[in-house]
Write a protein that binds this ligand. Structure first.
Ligand code: ATP
Length: 263
């Protein structure tokens, strides 16, 4: 089987004026399968965003290669959509228009009716039909994040990259968005890489959890397989031995093997 997304021996160094380069991440080797959901977890500063930005093509690695379906990643592209923590919506456009703009840009060949159909499908997918004509300032943080997810998915990316997408939200809104994501993922089944600080979120959503050691020179410390069927139900999982095993493995990695004093 051909490879889907490969990170090959990635290192990222940042130049520091007057000093040696800061090596943020090093030796990162990872094969990600199509339709796989990967969570990346690690203490603050271990290079999670750095890694995601390189996969997004927003920043270049210093060493190594990133290949998506055998093509080198050299810059941003519509096959890799990103959702950030602070939903970067355009404030002067409505919910509908924010999604429409993305679709228009990536799929200029669509007719007016195909465009409308596609935008409406993604507005509905995140249950925002009632708010489609509102401006970002007129909706809640959780709703904004749903628009960000709909906008990212509306261009049919091969890979959805999420940098702590629910990090700024309260726990109930966060749980609600996780449900949305799981439901949508059952339908669209694309490959997802999600950065999180939240152990339960990592186990609930992902097929594998990539645990990073602390920086500088952060590396992949351990990779945990989450052997739980999708769709998952957060309530029944609480008592599932596999869920408990995964939680404990991450807790032990973060707070015993790679504990960090300043957090
Ligand atoms: N442009 C830059 N110049 C110099 N150092 C940088 C730059 N960007 C990131 N770093 C450093 O690289 C390391 C990794 O940063 P990164 O933001 O990827 O970590 P993170 O794991 O995503 O952190 P957090 O969980 O706090 O968001 C940090 O020590 C950070 O200070």
């Amino acid at each position: 089987m051909s490879k889907f997304l490969s990170l090959e021996n990635i290192e990222k160094r940042f130049p520091i004026p007057g000093k040696e380069d800061y090596v943020a991440v090093t030796n990162v080797d990872l094969e990600i399968k199509e339709n796989e959901i990967i969570a990346i977890i690690g203490h603050s500063g271990c290079g999670k965003s750095t890694l995601l930005n390189m996969i997004a093509g927003l920043d270049a690695q210093s060493e190594g290669a990133i290949l998506l379906e055998n093509q080198h990643v050299k810059g941003p592209g519509p096959e890799r959509a990103v959702v950030f923590q602070n939903h970067s919506l355009l404030p002067w456009l409505t919910v509908y228009q924010n999604i429409e703009m993305a679709v228009k840009k990536v799929m200029p060949e669509l007719s007016a009716s195909e465009l409308r159909e596609r935008v409406e499908m993604f507005v509905s997918m995140v249950n925002l039909d009632h708010a489609k004509d509102k401006l970002p300032d007129e909706i809640s943080g959780g709703m904004k994040q749903r628009v960000g997810i709909a906008r990212a998915l509306s261009i049919s990316p091969k890979v959805l990259l999420m940098d702590e997408p629910f990090g700024a939200l309260d726990s109930l809104t966060r749980a609600n968005l996780q449900e949305h994501l799981m439901r949508i993922q059952q339908k669209v089944k694309n490959t997802v890489i999600i950065i999180t600080h939240d152990i339960d979120e990592a186990v609930l959503l992902s097929d594998r959890v990539i645990m990073m050691t602390n920086g500088p020179e952060a590396e992949i410390g351990e990779i945990l397989e989450v052997n739980l069927e999708h769709p998952r139900d957060r309530v029944s999982l609480q008592h599932d031995p596999e869920y408990i095993r995964c939680r404990e493995a991450i807790l032990s990695f973060l707070y015993e093997k790679f504990a960090k004093d300043d957090e």
